[in-house]
Design a protein around this ligand. Structure first.
Ligand SMILES: NC(=O)c1ccc[n+]([C@@H]2O[C@H](COP(=O)([O-])OP(=O)(O)OC[C@H]3O[C@@H](n4cnc5c(N)ncnc54)[C@H](OP(=O)(O)O)[C@@H]3O)[C@@H](O)[C@H]2O)c1
Length: 238
């Protein structure tokens, strides 16, 4: 299940999950293009993990701007010559309010972060994979995307839209050597609360390391048969 020398684009690399993914994929020998809004944070991450310049490209952009994602893809191709894996790890949360109490700009924010950013990423980074007959496109969603609980409508809209883009893409690339899959997570347990202080609530939480292990498997040659999947990583049937 090696990603050695694979060219892997990580968006949201400085996030809670992105940091762990970056470190593990680097340890596995991948060539990494790290995307986020702050070059300073991205460079600090590369320094912290002592990533060699030949192994890494850091690139700051706002993913909601289509020209920016196209330019980022060009920069990755210029540095590494190919794009093989896209790990789309961007997207925050707004919630905790009844639908009728939410604001229109909160809806816009969720559409920008989850739908527009994903759309721009897919348009920019998938064509080189299709051209080379090999690729893995992966994103992290939430059970809310298909079963929206109360007080979570806008986030659910974002995740549902992002899933629609990914699943439609999976149908379009079928048989091409490129696959598109989603892992579904309830809450990312960056502090390992489930292990340190187990409660009924945190039993469904997933550590970044557990998510990373699944992403690594989905990047393998053996996982090429998995396409259009929504894989639940919260310890219960979905
Ligand atoms: N956290 C959870 O409990 C949870 C649960 C289910 C699913 N997920 C999903 O899992 C993924 C990773 O979550 P996370 O908790 O690691 O996220 P996070 O800590 O909030 O990090 C998000 C990252 O995305 C970057 N980003 C946000 N908007 C951007 C934009 N417009 N352009 C470029 N970069 C942008 C941020 O960069 P800056 O440094 O510039 O802000 C940050 O590095 C997301 O898709 C999230 O929706 C998370």
């Amino acid at each position: 299940m090696s990603v050695r020398d694979r060219v892997v684009v990580v968006s949201g690399a400085t996030g809670g999950l992105g940091r762990v993914v970056t470190q593990r994929f680097a340890q596995e020998g991948a060539k990494l293009a790290l995307l986020g809004r702050s070059l300073e944070s991205l460079d600090a991450l590369a320094q912290e993990y002592e990533l060699d310049e030949s192994q890494i490209l850091t690139y700051a952009l706002d993913l909601s701007a289509p020209e920016a994602t196209t330019e980022a893809a060009t920069a990755v191709l210029e540095k590494f010559g190919r794009i093989e894996v896209l790990l789309n790890l961007v997207g925050g949360w707004v919630g905790g309010k009844a639908l009728i109490d939410t604001e229109a700009d909160e809806l816009e924010d969720m559409i920008e972060q989850h739908i527009r950013a994903s759309y721009n990423m897919l348009k920019a980074f998938v064509p080189p994979m299709v051209r080379d007959d090999w690729g893995r496109v992966l994103a992290v969603s939430s059970p809310s995307g298909s079963r929206p609980p109360g007080r979570n409508a806008l986030y659910a809209v974002g995740k549902a839209g992002m899933e629609a883009l990914m699943l439609s893409l999976a149908n379009e690339v079928r048989g091409s050597g490129v696959t598109a899959n989603l892992v579904l997570v309830d809450t990312i347990d960056t502090k390992h609360a489930r292990e340190k202080n187990p409660t009924e609530k945190n039993q469904s939480w997933t550590t970044p390391e557990e998510i990373t292990a699944t992403l690594l498997h989905l990047c393998s040659k053996e996982a090429g048969i998995i396409n259009g999947a929504r894989i639940p990583l919260f310890g219960q049937p979905h």
